[in-house]
Design a protein around this ligand. Structure first.
Ligand code: SF4
Length: 455
């Protein structure tokens, strides 16, 4: 008899009884965190509560990331150490999910070398988790599903990490094949969710009081390319903007090759879309951009920035930069510093290139030594520190709308939050304001944040 997921879930619930705990640990990006929220939703339906301590768990799920090779090694280390937990508690179920499992050789390695693992479940097979659990409870030693499915687990209720900030994946996979990146190989080709499903999820979140909706995709700008309806990302933004309620919309990531004037006009015209754009440049050198297969030049990138800055010279931009891509020359690196000086980012997320086997860039013989790369990284960070400190001064005397999201680490009685411009803002305030929008008048610029008083 073929059981559906609801029957399976009920069956598991009866068999495991009450008071069972799950430990779910997420590695890597926000898409993974969002997948973990779905995994938790499925586990909750099966009757599990949650624990932060793996020693107390009846099921452990590691939701892995494949972007960096050393992150994979770390996961193998953790899985190895779980052998002891399994010896102490043979009924413990250990499941590995996430991008690592999408590589067949990894799934094989887990099966062969880590007998303590019971379940392997791929990123688009999350909905199979109840079935795999049932196999496991029926005594099967190892069950796996790493197939690529097109249904996006729409029906899965999520256990969300925050009560006021929610991530909403709008698409999965990537078609871009940047030469340093493993994502297209582990998350498959681009698949967009239907706009009506996204809208109904956002509507539900807003009705529950969520204040920040983060739309996620590897390249949100190609949202809808694979759908037959006449929809694209700017249109989706406008549809979400029309939902009644007091909330703002963020999104990431936005590939510069597809960042259109229509997108920028939409950001400016939609009052709920946050006034910030994360536009990953990766390098300022056309030579390196070509080797990265990014499909834009520094000039094209700067023309997008110019279009934005004509509309608002102070508009907030952030970026990702890779330092030390194989054979990056001194002049390639200077071109990156040059673009930083021209754009004046509010913040950058920079990484020293890390070789990822399975990607094209991993095949390049690299002649740049690690010491040089380290020195370049320090120079780049120093430059950004100076740019941010100087640039944040533009907010002094202005009132920013801030979503308070927690207590400030160093100062008692202070809260921290992010403004619509994605600037960290610290201000004195009562904890009851966490999760609320607050107007803060900025009095001081630091090199990583601004300070202010509630208006
Ligand atoms: S756009 Fe490039 S860097 Fe981003 S996920 Fe796709 S391949 Fe990776």
């Amino acid at each position: 008899m073929n059981l559906n997921n609801n029957d399976i879930t009920e069956n598991i619930k009866k068999r495991i009884g009450g008071n069972r705990l799950a430990y779910v640990r997420s590695f890597g990006c926000q898409l993974n965190v969002s997948d973990s929220e779905k995994i938790k939703g499925l586990l909750k339906k099966m009757g599990f509560g949650f624990t932060e301590n793996e020693n107390n768990a009846d099921i452990i799920v590691l939701n892995t990331c494949a972007v960096r090779e050393n992150a994979e090694d770390r996961v193998f280390g953790i899985v190895g150490s779980m052998k002891k937990l399994k010896e102490k508690n043979p009924s413990l179920i250990i499941a590995i999910a996430g991008c690592m499992t999408a590589q067949e050789h990894i799934a094989e390695k887990i099966k062969k070398s880590y007998p303590q693992v019971d379940i392997v479940v791929g990123t688009s097979a999350i909905n199979s988790l109840p079935k795999l659990m049932l196999d496991c409870l029926d005594g099967q030693k190892f069950s796996a599903d790493i197939k690529e499915y097109d249904d996006f687990s729409e029906a899965v209720e999520q256990v969300r990490e925050s009560s006021f900030k929610a991530s909403v994946p709008i698409m999965f996979g990537c078609n871009n094949f940047c030469t340093y990146c493993i994502v297209p190989y582990v998350r498959g080709r681009e698949r967009s969710r239907k706009p009506e499903d996204i809208i109904s999820e956002v509507r539900q979140l807003v009705s529950e009081g969520y204040k920040e909706i983060m739309l996620l995709g590897q390249n949100v700008n190609s949202y809808g390319n694979d759908l037959s309806s006449d929809i694209n990302f700017p249109k989706l933004l406008r549809m979400i903007n029309d939902i009644q309620g007091d909330f703002w919309i963020r999104f990431m990531s936005s590939h510069p090759k597809d960042a259109s004037e229509e997108l920028i006009d939409t950001i400016f015209e939609c009052e709920k879309v946050a006034k910030h754009l994360h536009l990953p440049v990766q390098s300022g050198s056309n030579e390196i951009l070509k080797k990265m297969n990014r499909n834009y030049t520094a000039e094209k990138y700067l023309s997008i920035v110019e279009y934005i800055r004509k509309k608002d010279p102070e508009f907030s931009l952030t970026t990702d930069i890779i330092v030390g891509f194989p054979n990056e020359s001194e002049s390639d690196f200077r071109a990156t510093l040059d673009i930083m000086n021209k754009v004046k980012y509010d913040n950058i997320y920079s990484f020293i290139y890390s070789r990822r086997s399975g990607t094209k860039a991993a095949e390049i013989q690299d002649s740049t030594d690690e010491k040089t790369k380290g020195g370049r990284m320090r120079e780049l960070l120093n430059l950004q520190r100076n740019i941010s400190t100087e640039h944040y001064k533009r907010f002094i005397g202005k009132t920013l709308r801030v979503l308070a999201d927690g207590k400030a680490k160093k100062s008692d009685g202070y809260l921290t939050g992010k403004s619509s411009e994605f600037i960290i803002v610290e201000f004195e305030g009562d904890e009851s304001l966490i999760g609320q929008f607050v107007d803060v008048k900025i009095t001081e610029a630091m090199n990583w944040a601004v300070k202010g008083v509630i208006n």
